[in-house]
Design a protein around this ligand. Structure first.
Ligand code: MG
Length: 247
């Protein structure tokens, strides 16, 4: 809203004062903003550390911020500062729900290479429980391009393959804006996502087409805030250092 007010104000000011030839008489103070101040926060000490206004979702010790899709007890193994998909226990999701977010999350596919394609180190990060940012061992493993690590699953191919070797920790930094729906359930503004994998841009303001579907085309169903959900795809993928900022 602040930005909108500023844009309206700036448009009015520039319309009044910036006609060709008039700039010499333009008071520079007219385009200075003093009243609105961004909140002061403290950035993380090292790259990937949570800033002071982040919500830490996993601190390496317990799953207290997590539950299951049916609101049961999250049962993934927590060990050595990481949590690991424990086969058969199912997906887990945050107890808290979110709209627009900045998300930092680190993941590691198993060092022991088992399977191939979609069967090798597969997990995933479902934004608002619906839109999957793929987690997969795509270092030297072939699958369909819109299903490899860094893809928006079956929708958007990553710009590059920025994967590290299996067994190495990797990071995703995600900027996500949730879709907006009208009262009658139509999409007014679709969801958008920007993703950096290991500091490299792999999704650049990508428009999400709808909920992730294994079969058939994506489709939007109206929804409110949603959890961040991590996928149990049967492979022991690990996660650590997960934090989020609400935007
Ligand atoms: Mg997956």
């Amino acid at each position: 809203m602040k930005n909108l007010i500023y844009l309206i104000w700036l448009f009015s000011a520039t319309t009044c004062f910036s006609q060709p030839g008039n700039r010499s008489s333009f008071d520079p103070k007219v385009t200075e903003i003093w009243d609105l101040k961004p909140a002061k926060i403290t950035p993380g000490k090292n790259s990937g550390d949570a800033p002071s206004d982040a919500i830490v979702l996993f601190n390496g010790k317990d799953l207290s911020k997590w539950t299951t899709p049916s609101n049961g007890e999250a049962k993934w193994e927590v060990k050595d500062g990481a949590m690991t998909v424990t086969r058969g226990t199912g997906d887990i999701k945050t107890k808290q729900t979110f709209g627009d977010i900045q998300l930092h999350i680190e993941w590691r596919s198993p060092s022991e290479i088992i399977g191939e394609g979609q069967g090798r180190g597969n997990s995933g990060i479902f934004l608002q429980e619906r839109y999957e940012l793929q987690v997969l061992d795509s270092y030297e493993s072939v699958t369909y391009s819109n299903g490899q690590a860094g893809s928006i699953y079956k929708q958007s191919i990553p710009l590059v393959n920025a994967c590290l070797k299996p067994g190495e920790w990797q990071s995703y930094d995600v900027i996500y804006t949730a879709p907006r729906f009208s009262d009658n359930g139509r999409v007014i503004v679709p969801a958008y996502v920007t993703v950096l994998q290991n500091g490299v841009l792999v999704q650049n303001h990508t428009q999400i087409q709808g909920s992730t579907e294994y079969k058939g085309l994506p489709v939007y169903q109206p929804h409110g805030k949603g959890s961040i959900q991590l996928q149990d795809h049967g492979n022991p993928v690990s996660y650590r250092n997960i934090w989020v900022r609400e935007l």
